[in-house]
Design a protein around this ligand. Sequence first.
Ligand code: SF4
Ligand code: SF4
Length: 284
Amino acid sequence: MNLSILYRGPLSSCNYACDYCPFAKHTETPDELAHDRACLEKFVDWMGSRTADSSGVLFTPWGEALVRKWYQSALATLTRMPNVTKGAIQTNLSCKLDWVEECDKTKLALWCTFHPSETTRDRFLAKCRELLERGVRFSVGVVGLKEHLSEIEALRRELPADVYLWVNAFKREPDYYSPEMVENLTRVDPLFPFNNQYHASRGESCRTGASVISVDGDGTVRRCHFIKEPIGNIYSPDFEECLRERPCTNDTCGCHIGYVHLDRLKLYEVFGSGVLERIPLGYR
Ligand code: SF4
Ligand code: SF4
């Protein structure tokens, strides 16, 4: 079985304080962190038991997970499993990077978000250079806030041209962007127009629930992060019975980790093997 698994455990804390984010500077108790670790280790053990599969994993934590050693270890263990094709994670890239040497770097990928209010461009770019030196594949991205436009453009200039820089549209405010701003952001990220809209999805064919699933710390399976109804549990012996094609039941889909699986957008042709870590074909 070839599955793409988006894992999101109970972790919900972050060392950064972005003012639009509910996890900003949120801390957790030692018990809560221990619970997150136990859930993650159980998931990694389960992946290890799926020897006949060939699956990719993307960690999409609430908050920042790579400052926790158990996520670093999980990626090292997962990428060394023969049945795992990819171990990827969303991160603010604030952690040390020596742990990547424990991974099979041919299967490791990072989805790195730059937060201009929380770190400097120089510091962030130094981490990107370290990833390049260590031979780790990664995408870089940023939320397209108007006040950060010059930082975003500078980041694009200073990154190697073959490192993909995505821009997530700030869609909470309708008509947030002027046409000129859309043009500027599309120069930075040619795929920005895909992100700067909510894609009509009700009744549409989407790979989630069949070959792509969302899994939480208890093992509960949902088709995606945006439809809350559980469809199964990976720790049930009959788990695979829940995997089947079904049309989307939401009106729209507005996040890359969702709409990239919407068949009519044909984005698998754009991203190839880089769907999970958000690296289009043609980039490093
Ligand atoms: S780095 Fe990410 S999780 Fe942390 S506060 Fe900023 S947006 Fe939220
Ligand atoms: S289109 Fe989006 S919301 Fe609908 S099933 Fe797919 S990922 Fe989920």
